[in-house]
Design a protein around this ligand. Structure first.
Ligand code: IDP
Ligand code: MG
Length: 139
Protein backbone atom coordinates (compact mmCIF):
# COMPACT_ATOMS: atom_id res chain seq x y z
CA UNK A 1 0.00 0.00 0.00
CA UNK A 2 2.67 2.47 1.04
CA UNK A 3 4.48 3.67 -2.06
CA UNK A 4 1.52 4.60 -4.25
CA UNK A 5 -0.86 6.01 -1.69
CA UNK A 6 -1.18 9.13 0.35
CA UNK A 7 -3.64 10.44 2.89
CA UNK A 8 -5.39 13.80 2.87
CA UNK A 9 -7.87 15.80 4.89
CA UNK A 10 -9.84 18.75 3.60
CA UNK A 11 -9.64 20.87 6.72
CA UNK A 12 -12.47 22.80 8.45
CA UNK A 13 -11.70 26.07 6.65
CA UNK A 14 -12.05 24.39 3.24
CA UNK A 15 -15.51 23.14 4.20
CA UNK A 16 -16.54 26.45 5.81
CA UNK A 17 -15.44 28.36 2.71
CA UNK A 18 -17.29 25.98 0.36
CA UNK A 19 -14.09 24.96 -1.43
CA UNK A 20 -14.54 21.21 -1.14
CA UNK A 21 -15.87 20.51 -4.65
CA UNK A 22 -13.15 22.56 -6.30
CA UNK A 23 -10.40 20.97 -4.23
CA UNK A 24 -11.63 17.41 -4.84
CA UNK A 25 -11.81 18.17 -8.57
CA UNK A 26 -8.22 19.49 -8.53
CA UNK A 27 -7.14 16.24 -6.86
CA UNK A 28 -8.95 14.07 -9.42
CA UNK A 29 -7.78 16.13 -12.40
CA UNK A 30 -4.19 15.81 -11.12
CA UNK A 31 -4.49 12.06 -11.57
CA UNK A 32 -5.20 10.84 -8.06
CA UNK A 33 -7.71 8.06 -7.63
CA UNK A 34 -9.91 8.19 -4.53
CA UNK A 35 -9.55 4.87 -2.67
CA UNK A 36 -11.51 5.90 0.42
CA UNK A 37 -13.34 9.04 1.51
CA UNK A 38 -15.44 10.16 4.47
CA UNK A 39 -17.10 13.23 5.92
CA UNK A 40 -16.37 13.30 9.62
CA UNK A 41 -15.35 15.47 12.54
CA UNK A 42 -12.27 14.87 14.66
CA UNK A 43 -12.62 14.63 18.41
CA UNK A 44 -10.06 16.50 20.50
CA UNK A 45 -8.41 13.17 21.35
CA UNK A 46 -8.19 12.20 17.67
CA UNK A 47 -6.71 15.56 16.65
CA UNK A 48 -4.19 15.45 19.49
CA UNK A 49 -3.12 11.96 18.43
CA UNK A 50 -3.03 12.76 14.72
CA UNK A 51 -0.77 15.80 15.31
CA UNK A 52 1.14 14.35 18.25
CA UNK A 53 4.45 14.89 16.38
CA UNK A 54 3.79 18.65 16.80
CA UNK A 55 2.92 18.43 20.51
CA UNK A 56 5.93 20.55 21.54
CA UNK A 57 5.33 23.25 18.91
CA UNK A 58 3.81 26.56 20.09
CA UNK A 59 0.86 26.24 17.69
CA UNK A 60 -0.19 22.74 18.81
CA UNK A 61 -3.13 23.87 20.98
CA UNK A 62 -4.38 26.21 18.26
CA UNK A 63 -3.97 23.44 15.66
CA UNK A 64 -6.01 20.93 17.67
CA UNK A 65 -8.71 23.52 18.35
CA UNK A 66 -8.91 24.45 14.68
CA UNK A 67 -8.94 20.86 13.39
CA UNK A 68 -11.86 20.05 15.72
CA UNK A 69 -13.75 23.29 14.98
CA UNK A 70 -15.86 21.72 12.23
CA UNK A 71 -16.19 18.71 9.97
CA UNK A 72 -13.47 17.54 7.62
CA UNK A 73 -13.27 15.25 4.60
CA UNK A 74 -10.65 12.51 4.96
CA UNK A 75 -9.44 10.47 1.99
CA UNK A 76 -6.89 7.93 0.81
CA UNK A 77 -5.52 8.75 -2.64
CA UNK A 78 -3.63 6.58 -5.08
CA UNK A 79 -1.24 7.59 -7.82
CA UNK A 80 2.31 6.79 -8.80
CA UNK A 81 4.61 8.77 -6.50
CA UNK A 82 1.52 9.78 -4.52
CA UNK A 83 3.12 11.33 -1.42
CA UNK A 84 5.54 13.64 -3.25
CA UNK A 85 3.16 14.51 -6.07
CA UNK A 86 0.39 15.35 -3.62
CA UNK A 87 2.70 17.57 -1.55
CA UNK A 88 3.52 19.41 -4.78
CA UNK A 89 -0.18 19.81 -5.59
CA UNK A 90 -0.90 21.02 -2.03
CA UNK A 91 1.92 23.60 -1.92
CA UNK A 92 3.84 25.17 0.96
CA UNK A 93 2.37 25.21 4.48
CA UNK A 94 2.01 29.00 4.32
CA UNK A 95 -0.15 29.99 1.31
CA UNK A 96 1.90 33.18 0.99
CA UNK A 97 4.82 30.92 0.03
CA UNK A 98 2.82 28.39 -2.00
CA UNK A 99 3.38 28.18 -5.76
CA UNK A 100 0.74 29.29 -8.25
CA UNK A 101 -1.69 26.53 -9.14
CA UNK A 102 -1.38 24.75 -5.80
CA UNK A 103 -4.38 24.02 -3.60
CA UNK A 104 -3.09 26.15 -0.75
CA UNK A 105 -2.25 29.08 -3.02
CA UNK A 106 -5.79 28.97 -4.37
CA UNK A 107 -7.78 28.16 -1.24
CA UNK A 108 -5.83 28.42 2.04
CA UNK A 109 -6.53 31.36 4.37
CA UNK A 110 -3.20 31.39 6.20
CA UNK A 111 -0.46 29.14 7.58
CA UNK A 112 -2.76 27.58 10.17
CA UNK A 113 -6.04 27.46 8.24
CA UNK A 114 -4.45 26.05 5.14
CA UNK A 115 -7.26 24.03 3.52
CA UNK A 116 -5.63 20.60 3.22
CA UNK A 117 -3.39 18.03 4.84
CA UNK A 118 -1.03 15.82 2.86
CA UNK A 119 1.08 13.01 4.33
CA UNK A 120 4.82 13.70 4.37
CA UNK A 121 6.10 10.12 3.88
CA UNK A 122 4.94 6.69 2.72
CA UNK A 123 5.14 5.49 6.31
CA UNK A 124 2.95 8.31 7.62
CA UNK A 125 0.53 7.90 4.71
CA UNK A 126 -0.09 4.35 5.82
CA UNK A 127 -0.40 5.21 9.52
CA UNK A 128 -2.71 8.15 8.82
CA UNK A 129 -4.86 6.17 6.37
CA UNK A 130 -5.29 3.40 8.92
CA UNK A 131 -6.10 5.98 11.57
CA UNK A 132 -9.24 6.96 9.63
CA UNK A 133 -10.24 3.91 7.58
CA UNK A 134 -10.65 0.20 8.08
CA UNK A 135 -9.84 -2.26 5.28
CA UNK A 136 -13.50 -2.62 4.25
CA UNK A 137 -13.76 1.14 3.58
CA UNK A 138 -10.92 1.21 1.03
CA UNK A 139 -11.72 0.41 -2.63
P1 IDP B 1 2.28 20.66 6.53
O1 IDP B 1 0.79 20.53 6.73
O2 IDP B 1 2.61 21.54 5.36
O3 IDP B 1 2.98 19.33 6.49
P2 IDP B 1 3.38 20.98 9.22
O4 IDP B 1 4.62 21.74 9.53
O5 IDP B 1 3.43 19.48 9.28
O6 IDP B 1 2.86 21.47 7.79
O7 IDP B 1 2.26 21.51 10.22
C1 IDP B 1 1.04 20.82 10.36
C2 IDP B 1 -0.09 21.83 10.37
O8 IDP B 1 0.05 22.67 11.51
C3 IDP B 1 -0.09 22.81 9.19
O9 IDP B 1 -0.67 22.27 8.02
C4 IDP B 1 -0.89 23.97 9.76
O10 IDP B 1 -2.30 23.71 9.74
C5 IDP B 1 -0.41 23.98 11.20
N1 IDP B 1 0.70 24.92 11.38
C6 IDP B 1 2.00 24.75 10.96
N2 IDP B 1 2.75 25.81 11.28
C7 IDP B 1 1.92 26.68 11.90
C8 IDP B 1 2.13 27.98 12.48
O11 IDP B 1 3.24 28.53 12.47
N3 IDP B 1 1.03 28.57 13.04
C9 IDP B 1 -0.20 27.96 13.08
N4 IDP B 1 -0.43 26.74 12.55
C10 IDP B 1 0.62 26.11 11.96
MG1 MG C 1 3.23 17.88 7.98
Amino acid sequence: MATNRTFTMLKPDALENKHTGKIIDMIIQAGFQIKAMKYTRLTTEQAQKFYEVHAERPFYGELVEYMTSGPIIAAILEKENAVADFRTLVGATDPAEAADGTIRKSYAENKGRNAVHGSDSDENAEVEGEFHFSANEIF
